[in-house]
Ligand binder design. Structure first.
Ligand code: NDP
Length: 308
């Protein structure tokens, strides 16, 4: 069996040993290669790269296995007719939980006032308890659900919102258009963990950014285009939104002259909220190859029509 590892060189360094050893542990005899005649390839492990954009010649490939959770750069590729699975990885999930919990607690506890305090201001104002700080999580998939549950575990009252209605212990779950307004109204911390699709692009526009409590914090580790940037900058200028912690942007790296860099109410992190962790991700890839070979359904299949 031949597995083509089609991803940037930096990823190959991470997987060149891990993937063959995970395959061997699963008892799968396979060769993991960087180049191959397309007609000989059984599986493609993929992250967007310039060498492979046309999947047409891979007539034998039984699946394309994405290294990334977000597939917006692949899902619309008309040449991709093979099943596409996205990455759902324990390491990725744990990293996202830590990022979201850390930034939520930073805002909740007002830590910035103590980290940078040149005037040596001593105003002993204790923050409220988490129980008095409503949080809204947009997206209740693999990542949103884990983060929402972690925040609920810290004591925050968490409302989650998704396309289809969910029932998740400890969370208030809403869905659909009306559910979105209800979820945003009065929230003091809003986190976006939605995929980028035609339906979610510019979801947070001026009208929706006006719904959370005045001074609310927005944390976006989802995708940049989920937010209308001009509307967010306007909401930050008036203090309607008190702070935005942004990890993802329409253009990455964020251009040096972008107003987000200099805005006093914005924290820019360079798309580091979480990353696929090769050790656990290699096992996910191998499990999907095992399933495909055994005729079992693939895990984490992307629905092309939905776009995620
Ligand atoms: P999932 O596909 O598991 O979950 C997506 C969630 O969004 C689901 O709850 C889904 O609803 C909901 N959703 C999708 N479309 C809509 C819509 N139109 N209206 C309402 N809800 C919608 O994705 P993950 O949780 O694994 O990942 C989420 C995103 O996080 C990724 O797509 C990626 O963009 C981003 N990401 C960012 C990283 C970073 O480092 N910054 C790292 C990894 C991922 P339903 O459950 O009903 O289908």
């Amino acid at each position: 069996m031949k597995i083509l590892f089609s991803a940037p060189e930096s990823n190959w360094a991470d997987y060149r040993d891990l993937l063959p050893s995970a395959l061997a542990r699963a008892g799968i005899e396979a060769e993991v290669v960087r180049e191959a005649a397309p007609g000989t390839v059984d599986y493609i492990v993929y992250a967007p790269n310039d060498d492979l954009r046309d999947f047409t010649p891979f007539i034998r490939a039984r699946a394309v296995l994405s290294l990334w959770a977000g597939v917006e750069r692949i899902v619309g590729n008309a040449t991709l007719t093979q099943p596409l699975a996205r990455m759902v990885d324990d390491g990725l999930e744990r990293g996202m939980v830590e990022y979201v919990a850390g930034h939520a607690l930073r805002h909740h506890l007002g830590m910035d006032a103590h980290v940078v305090n040149p005037e040596q201001d001593w105003t002993p104002e204790a923050p409220p308890l988490a129980a008095d700080r409503p949080v809204t999580m947009l997206g209740l998939g693999a990542l949103g659900r884990a983060c929402a549950q972690a925040l609920a575990g810290l004591g925050f009252p968490v409302t989650g919102w998704s396309r289809t209605q969910k029932r998740i212990e400890g969370l208030r779950c809403l869905s659909g258009e009306d559910g979105l307004s209800e979820a945003l109204e009065g929230a003091q911390i809003v986190v976006t963990l939605l995929p980028l699709t035609p339906e979610t692009e510019n979801l947070l526009d001026a009208a929706r950014l006006a719904l959370p409590a005045r001074g609310a914090a927005l944390i976006n580790p989802g995708r940049g285009p989920l937010i209308d940037d001009d509307a967010l900058l306007a909401a930050l200028d008036t203090g309607r939104i008190g702070h935005a912690t942004l990890d993802v942007f329409r253009t990455e790296p964020l251009p040096r002259d972008h107003p987000y860099w200099a805005h006093p109410r914005v924290t820019v992190t360079p798309h580091v909220a979480s990353a696929t962790r090769p050790a656990t991700a290699a096992q996910v890839i191998v499990e999907n190859i095992r399933r495909a070979e055994a005729g079992e359904p693939l895990l984490h299949l992307v629905d092309r029509a939905r776009g995620y």
